[in-house]
Design a protein around this ligand. Structure first.
Ligand code: F6P
Length: 357
């Protein structure tokens, strides 16, 4: 008998259910007897012993379903060692509930913060296998995370739709794309949607260069310009600030997000009419695309394989088009970012895309 607990933690994304289904089917179709437990709302469920027994039927019809059947929540790693409002030691509580259910393994689906806690649980002696989810694709140790491609599709569709109205009115449009502190989502959606200017955190921008790129388009006969701007995009001046100074400047900013500041500056400095569109959480919503359905199912099945072999302490990742196991201690606490010297940036520039640098 193998007893496996599962949880989804952090911001949700597409294909979480597909991945859990992959794990469950991989286990339930094996020769082993398996019992599955789903902890509710991320690590919270493990801390407070909120779970439900999962049957094969729970995984039926969820391949295409967005969100997570277990619910999710954000529980910052930095506060994990702090007792809760009732003085409960959260780490001890998680260990207690794991042992109380006599689990052989915990499967954790999550992004960066989630992996830090997963690694902490591994250090505390629990058997953990993780799966890389996030629309940001910023997890170290894997070329791809599930959720990313579906989010690229949604952001691309948004840019596509903006194209027609931008062209009709001859306006400058900014589409602000999620991605937290990294630019993978913006870069890919921007290129797929034919954005003229792409601003990502890894390449700080100069607003005058951005305006020059818009003017150049006008001179060449294009009435409109589309900018794909990462929510974490940063100007060259801001990039010079210390972390503390940057945080303070952001707190004191009068703009709701960086795109509004960029729009204001373009408008003031050039007199051009600018509009901002923020697709926001729609990028995380709805059904996974076909790529993510296959990808998450494969990773889920590979996680089942690790569990059946009793190999714990790994994230199932994807490197050079192969599914691989990556030690959790190598993943935790590291951020994967767009390399400004990578070929995709060079190719985008060859296509005439400006990064405002
Ligand atoms: O990490 C995924 C993500 O969607 C980021 O792209 C974004 O910055 C953040 O989560 C938004 O978080 P929340 O859902 O807590 O508002």
């Amino acid at each position: 008998m193998i007893r496996v607990g599962m949880l989804t933690s952090g911001g949700d994304c597409q294909a979480l259910n597909a991945a859990m289904r992959g794990v469950a089917k991989g286990l339930l179709n094996s020769k082993e007897q398996v019992e599955l437990f789903g902890f509710l709302d991320g690590y919270k469920g493990l801390i407070y012993g909120k779970y439900r027994v999962l049957e094969a039927s729970d995984f039926s019809g969820i391949l295409t379903k967005g969100g997570t059947i277990l619910g999710s929540s954000r529980m910052p790693f930095k506060n994990m060692r702090d007792p809760d409002e009732n003085g409960l030691d959260k780490v001890e509580a998680m260990k207690h509930n794991y042992h109380k259910l006599n689990l052989d393994c915990l499967v954790v689906l999550g992004g960066n913060g989630t992996h830090k806690t997963a690694n902490l649980l591994r250090e505390e002696g629990l058997n953990v296998v993780t799966l890389p989810k996030t629309i940001d694709n910023d997890l170290w140790g894997t070329d791809m995370t599930f959720g990313f491609q579906s989010a690229v599709d949604i952001a691309t569709q948004c840019i596509d739709q903006i194209h027609t109205t931008a062209a009709s009115h001859g306006r400058v449009f900014i589409v602000e794309v999620m991605g937290h502190k990294v630019g993978f989502l913006t870069l890919n959606a921007g290129m797929a949607g034919g954005a003229d200017i792409i601003l990502i955190p890894e390449i700080p921008y100069d607003i005058d260069k951005v305006i020059d790129a818009i003017k150049l388009r006008n001179e060449r006969g294009s009435k409109f310009t589309i900018l794909a701007v990462a929510e974490g995009a940063i100007s060259k001046e801001m990039a010079k600030l210390s972390k503390k100074e940057y945080k303070k400047a952001m707190e004191n900013s009068k703009y709701p997000s960086v795109s509004y500041e960029i729009a204001d500056l373009i408008q003031k400095k050039s007199g051009m009419e600018v509009r901002v569109t923020v697709p926001g959480h729609t990028q995380r919503g709805g059904s996974p695309d076909s790529y993510d359905r296959v990808f998450a199912s494969r990773l889920g099945a590979e996680a089942a394989k690790l569990i059946l072999k009793g190999e714990y302490g790994y994230m199932v990742g994807y490197v050079n088009r192969e599914v691989v196991k990556v030690p959790l201690e190598d993943v935790a606490g590291k951020l994967k970012m767009v390399d400004p010297d990578s070929s995709i940036i060079e190719e985008a520039k060859m296509l005439g895309i400006s990064f405002g640098d």
